[in-house]
Design a protein around this ligand. Structure first.
Ligand code: MN
Length: 269
């Protein structure tokens, strides 16, 4: 009994220290000692998109901060295939870095910040110059779901016309919050937005989902162009019900290709 008071006191102290640790880690940045798993997944997403031909020296992928919806993680301005954990930065919804440390930001970060601002259901975003989708951004031919893997295109893939928001003399890039905001409006509830003469934006509720969608958007564009040629313009696409059902099915198995692509990107295949 004599020992119980000091022991209890020590327990209290340990508890207080643990509570302090917790408070610190809860407010600490994900890019610090926080959610290392998410940073690693974001690094992997960069490498996967490069290996799968969605991004090249350009393009980017981001994920919303799991503890603060007003923040997101994005690499510093660099080629996605070379991104490491140290390159991951935290940005706010105005596109400012919380801890820049001299690192340069992507010019087009406003694509991410403005979409996160107005789409609470979006937790991950890919912007790329995915080559096969470009023809669909500059013609009247809509990108449509040609098979079940790209069923998310059933929600439509509108085209963002930068002339309308940016006038006739932009360099085609989303360089400002204003252009980002116009782009986010054009996206609406779609999973994919084509950017005329530039590339696309793909959104999802997680990194595995957005990577899946970005890859199958590129594949769909290739297959659709081929089917249009083969069928001389006559192609049977998934109907709305098929697309919705296939999307539900696909969402249950996103982990399978994600693990494969991660292994491939890590050079373990
Ligand atoms: Mn771009």
């Amino acid at each position: 009994m004599n020992n119980s008071i000091p022991l209890f006191g020590a327990f209290l102290l340990a508890g207080a220290a643990a509570a302090l640790d917790y408070a610190e880690s809860a407010s600490a940045s994900v890019t610090g000692s926080g959610d290392r798993g998410l940073v690693d997944d974001l690094v992997a997403a960069n490498h996967v998109l490069y290996r799968q031909g969605v991004v090249d020296g350009f393009g980017h992928v981001s994920v919303r901060h799991p503890g603060d919806p007003a923040r997101f993680l994005l690499a510093r301005s660099m080629a996605p295939g070379l991104v490491t954990a140290d390159d991951i930065m935290e940005l706010d919804l105005d596109g400012n870095a919380r801890d820049p440390r001299g690192r340069t930001l992507y010019v087009e970060r406003f694509i991410h910040s403005e979409i996160y601002k107005v789409c609470p259901e979006v937790n991950a975003i890919v912007h790329s110059h995915s080559p096969s989708i470009i023809p669909f951004s500059v013609t009247a031919v809509p990108l449509r779901p040609i098979y079940h893997m790209s069923s998310f295109l059933g929600a439509g893939a509108p085209v963002f016309e930068i002339l309308e928001a940016g006038g006739p003399a932009t360099d085609m890039l989303i360089r400002s919050p204003e252009l980002g905001s116009a782009l986010a409006s054009a996206l609406g509830k779609s999973a994919v937005l084509l950017m005329r003469g530039h590339g696309d934006v793909v959104v999802g509720d997680s990194l595995p989902q957005v990577v899946f969608r970005a890859i199958y958007t590129e594949v769909n564009a290739k297959l659709q162009a081929e089917a249009l040629r083969l069928g001389q313009g006559q192609v049977n696409f998934l109907n709305a019900e098929e697309a919705a059902n296939a999307t539900e099915t696909n969402n249950r198995v996103l982990g399978r290709p994600w693990e494969l692509w991660k292994q491939q990107a890590a050079g373990r295949d």
